[in-house]
Design a protein around this ligand. Structure first.
Ligand SMILES: [Zn+2]
Length: 401
């Protein structure tokens, strides 16, 4: 395979292989899970002549890692740079364009995953292949990792540490010295972002026939108090919490509500799902407890509110470790995007997880977060080429020391 990879052709291939995340639902059908895309990637790495390994996270859902050795292998003290992109996409319900038939029009490529984040993955694969072909002098070792299940819990990225601690195939022998996560950042360098903790909470009541509601206790009325308490938390507490210089303030949102068995029954159960965004300076356990304490002390709440353990956690990304990495990447990114920013975002990525393993990590990729998950998702093709060039230039030298 030549390093002159046709990026647009490869991105079309990646989009045309569905890899929809079931988002916790029981599903069947070939569009779900990443298996077919992982097979494509395996084939790609094999054709490059590079060693690769898969790590099964759940059925039909494997992380894949490929290794390109630098001048000094990591076993002899050389640097490891991790390139990471997730394989899964969100669902396609309500899309106004064909999700898996990529179309190129007026400098954009349309399709599910084009922006989040097959575009970034393609730019990385292109740079990786080019480095594999050229083997520039003084290059660090590069591990190209394509993770699974980013969109619903990030369990793929969470398993990386376990892999590099126990990899018997010598693909990924130790923690990387730095990591770049491909997500749509409009060619800015994201050095900090908020974390996310999501959990469900329930109120209970007593069922009764709706002709005699006085005999029952409505779990929905009770949940009304909980919702008021959370609205009050947003308006009175969050606004006074310390702000982060790059991420802003913590936020909270109720994403869903379900309750009641039918119109003729007083509801005995109601459930909501809470999404609390927390700062790199906040601690997950303390944040979870703070919200629960606020509910429990709110006027009118004299009943039990049951909080489940969180079903989804994304670690926040702190900028205390990644200054040197951001500077090195910024040097190259400024050449294709004059005025490229070093910045923070309100949304979470796999970078927070790597940061929590003490790996310096930044997020950088083509496309805007505004187009991620949308009904007509697209990516500007010029950004695909520019970002691939930046990954390649950075990959040649690694972090400047
Ligand atoms: Zn993404």
């Amino acid at each position: 395979m030549s390093y002159m990879i046709d990026l647009e052709k490869m991105l079309s291939d990646l989009i045309s292989i569905p890899s929809v995340n079931p988002m916790g639902k029981t599903v069947s059908g070939s569009i779900y899970y990443e298996a077919e895309l992982t097979n494509y990637l395996e084939d790609f790495f094999t054709k490059l002549g590079l060693p690769w390994a898969r790590q099964t996270i759940e059925p039909k859902s494997d992380n894949i890692f490929a290794r390109l050795d630098g001048d000094i292998p990591p076993e002899a003290g050389g640097q490891i740079i991790l390139f990471e992109a997730h394989q899964d996409t969100v669902q396609v319900d309500g899309m106004t364009i064909p999700p898996w038939t990529p179309t190129i029009k007026e400098g954009r490529i349309y399709g599910r995953g084009s922006c989040d984040t097959k575009g970034g993955m393609c730019a990385m694969l292109g740079a990786f292949a080019r480095l594999a072909e050229e083997r520039p002098a003084n290059m660090p070792t590069i591990i190209m990792a394509c993770s699974v299940n980013e969109e619903f819990g990030a369990t793929g990225a969470a398993a990386f540490e376990e892999f590099w601690k126990s990899d018997s195939q010598f693909i990924f022998p130790q923690a990387p010295d730095a990591a770049i996560v491909a997500e749509p950042t409009s060619l800015d360098i994201v050095v900090a972002h908020k974390g996310t903790v999501r959990w469900r909470c329930q109120t209970s009541g007593r069922a009764a026939h709706s002709s005699q509601p006085e005999l029952g206790t409505s779990a929905i009325y009770r949940m009304g108090y909980v919702i008021k308490a959370l609205e009050n938390y947003v308006k009175e507490v969050c606004v006074d919490l310390p702000s982060h210089h790059l991420c802003g303030r913590p936020t909270l949102s109720i994403g869903s509500i379900a309750g009641g068995r039918g119109i003729n029954t007083v509801p005995d159960e109601c459930t909501i799902a809470i999404d609390r965004r927390f700062l790199p300076t906040e601690k997950l356990d303390a944040v979870y407890k703070q919200v629960i304490d606020h509910i429990n002390s709110f006027p009118g709440i004299d009943f039990e509110v049951h909080h489940e353990a969180p079903f989804s956690v994304f670690e926040p990304l702190s900028d205390h470790l990644n200054g040197l990495l951001a500077e090195s990447l910024h040097f190259h990114a400024s050449k294709v995007k004059p005025g490229c920013n070093i910045t923070g975002t309100p949304y979470a990525t796999n970078a927070g997880k790597f940061g929590s393993f003490n790996v310096p990590c930044v997020v950088f990729g083509p496309g805007s977060i505004e187009q991620a998950h949308t009904s007509d998702e697209w990516l500007p093709l010029d950004e695909l080429h520019k970002v691939s060039e930046v990954y390649y230039q950075f990959g040649k030298k690694g972090i400047a020391k």
